[in-house]
Design a protein around this ligand. Sequence first.
Ligand code: ADP
Ligand code: ADP
Length: 208
Amino acid sequence: MATPRIMLLGAPGAGKGTQSANLADHYGIDHITTGDALRANKDMETEYGTPREFMEAGELVPDPVVNEIVEAAIDEADGFVLDGYPRNRSQAEYLESITDLDAVLYLEVSDEELIHRIAGRRLDPETNDVYHVEYNPPEDPAVEDRLVQRDDDTEEMAQERIGVFKESTLPVVEHFDATGDLVRIDGEQSPAAVWSDVRAAVDAAIDA
Ligand code: ADP
Ligand code: ADP
């Protein structure tokens, strides 16, 4: 299968964006990320208010808003990697009603490491590439000069979002674990070692 449909689960800071970029490149599939889509539409008026109000509080944006974004993106994609969606059982049920998946992966990382990764995360506003002040600084000083930090990447907000992950998203992990579809990946390794495990898991799922 040339164009796999992949779900990549993991807490905030687990490395979903980093590994999704690898997956999109390697398999030639779309990278569907609700976080980026919402950040680009923070002030969009919806019947629930704007995404900004929820994002700045570290809370989940209401399901109908994200479900609509994902359904439109899936309709246009051949294969895809879902990054940051689904984040609760209701989104997972919606997803299962609109598409089938070939692989479900879960990046496991300790809370302490998640906080360290989130606090040091920086974005290049021109390319949307993700860096880390310590683990993955840019080589080009011009890129380094323009890096920005996300508003919600403070240590306090990171704690809040990890709490939301445990309460709302871990049940999704447990659901796919129970159906036998989930592959756990040690996300605490180097980015290259994580990528090697991620690719092996997808290749195994495609061949199965
Ligand atoms: P991270 O990469 O740190 O996990 P994201 O960029 O995926 O963070 O998400 C940032 C914020 O966007 C979340 O805290 C939440 O407010 C909102 N968000 C992203 N995806 C979803 C989703 N599937 N459902 C609800 N809210 C979401
Ligand atoms: P997520 O999308 O799950 O929130 P990111 O891919 O944005 O996670 O990664 C969070 C931060 O940690 C970024 O600064 C990224 O450069 C860094 N990072 C990602 N994977 C690793 C890894 N395996 N080891 C160390 N740092 C990593």
